[in-house]
Design a protein around this ligand. Structure first.
Ligand code: ATP
Ligand code: MG
Length: 391
């Protein structure tokens, strides 16, 4: 029996003339994700990428990996038969045996994109449904809430039967929208921000500020683990690690305490600007959510943005902690994010941060010290780590 995986397009099915550019990137991303599992042959037709294993091996891990590739709307593992209703009826009970024996209700959903096939869609559903009821007499048909939906699609090159469909990651393929630099802390929010921007087709690399000895080696390892986990969705990730200790100490020694957080955030932005300029990033990303903490009030964000030279995307800005946490669990970053290691943001935290800072005052306070030489030094001493998909 021949078995293939169908990766059906999500949003890119709606693209016009530039559709093939998106498809090319999607196929490339899929190939990279599946490479460690074995060899596959790829063909694309009818807004679907057909992925056929070369040789025999379990396809479940491949399905699992495909479900984290942006650009795919649905993933289906299917048996492929010749387009002959008798053949389909004779062969597919065996293919569906494990799934249907474990279920008590089912329905058949047919689709006939090859209009030369002699049976119409409702007839295919009835005929195949009857054949399955004969083969598995314990089953009942439930068209509203079946435990299993058997899909039977008559397409140009064959009849494809599957015991269900898994939702894909949606979005558009990573690499189709340019690249952005994410301010990545070890917290819950910024990894979720990475996921959300990658979903819109951006390559997302991270920049992390560390302040040893105030922050530990384990805090850095935590961020590195987050990058590894994010590759499942984001593809390859670069992480720029910036030594931030001297800047924070200078800030502590020279600026009013109530402004620490906002000025620190602005200094982070200035270093991110430099990095983005040097390495060709078109936007910055943060995990800020409005009102979550003192540095995330409207005024504070205004002061932070004034230091940024690029558009700053904040994809979780309107989400509450529960919504963000739900995504963090889904993408498997939550457990790592909640490990209790210090972030540089919690070093020298003011007791009473200003929640309504005024930009002119912040700029004045910031100009009390010339941070530029320290910024230059931090940029020069950055360490770059690379995380590859599938490793
Ligand atoms: P997160 O859960 O992502 O850490 P948070 O709720 O802890 O966010 P803050 O600590 O105020 O919020 O940080 C807000 C944003 O600033 C983070 O989402 C991240 O984008 C950026 N940020 C904070 N600390 C760092 C850091 N050490 N390195 C890089 N970016 C950081
Ligand atoms: Mg944080």
């Amino acid at each position: 029996m021949k078995e293939v995986i169908m990766a059906k397009y999500g949003e890119i099915a709606l693209k016009g003339l530039n559709k093939s550019t998106f498809e090319d990137i999607l196929v490339k991303n899929i190939k990279r994700r599946l490479k460690p599992l074995g060899e596959f042959e790829y063909t694309r037709r009818q807004s679907t990428i057909y992925i056929e294993p070369i040789g025999e091996f379990d396809l479940d891990p491949a399905v699992k990996r495909l479900c984290t590739v942006f650009g795919i709307g649905a993933v289906q593992r299917c048996a492929v038969y010749e387009k002959d209703m008798d053949v389909i009826k004779a062969k597919c009970p065996e293919y569906l045996r494990d799934t249907l024996e474990a279920a008590s209700t089912f329905k058949v959903e047919a689709k006939r994109s090859d209009k030369s096939f002699p049976l119409k869609t409702p007839d295919i559903q009835v005929e195949l449904g009857d054949a399955l009821l004969d083969a598995f007499p314990h089953l009942k048909v439930d068209v509203h809430e079946p435990q299993v939906t058997v899909f039977c699609e008559i397409r140009d090159k064959g009849a494809y039967v599957s015991a269900g469909r898994t939702a894909g990651a949606g979005g558009i393929p990573v690499g189709s929208s340019g690249k952005a630099l994410l301010l990545l802390s070890g917290g819950i929010d910024s990894p979720v921000a990475a996921y959300m921007m990658a979903k819109r087709g951006l390559i997302v690399d991270g920049i992390h500020f560390q302040s040893p000895p105030y922050t530990s080696e384990r805090a850095l390892m935590k961020v590195q683990t987050l990058c590894e986990k994010l590759t499942a969705y984001c593809g390859d990730i670069k992480l720029y690690c910036v030594p931030f200790t001297e800047i924070q100490e200078a800030l502590r020694d020279n600026c009013p305490e109530e402004y620490f957080t906002v000025i620190m955030r602005r200094l982070m932005m200035k270093i991110a600007n430099r990095t983005a300029e040097s390495y060709g990033y078109g936007a910055l990303v943060t995990g800020e959510s409005i009102g979550q903490v003192a540095s995330q009030t409207l005024r504070a964000i205004q002061c932070t943005d004034a230091a940024a030279k690029f558009p700053v995307f904040r994809p979780v800005i309107g989400m509450d902690k529960k919504e963000i946490t739900d995504i963090a669990r889904k993408i498997d970053t939550f457990e790592t994010s909640v490990l209790p290691y210090e972030d540089c943001c919690t070093v020298f935290t003011p007791k009473h941060p200003k929640t309504r800072p005024v930009l002119s005052e912040i700029e004045k306070a910031e100009s009390a010290f010339d941070f530029q030489p320290l910024i230059n030094e931090a940029v020069e001493n950055m360490t770059v780590y690379r995380y590859k998909v599938g490793e």
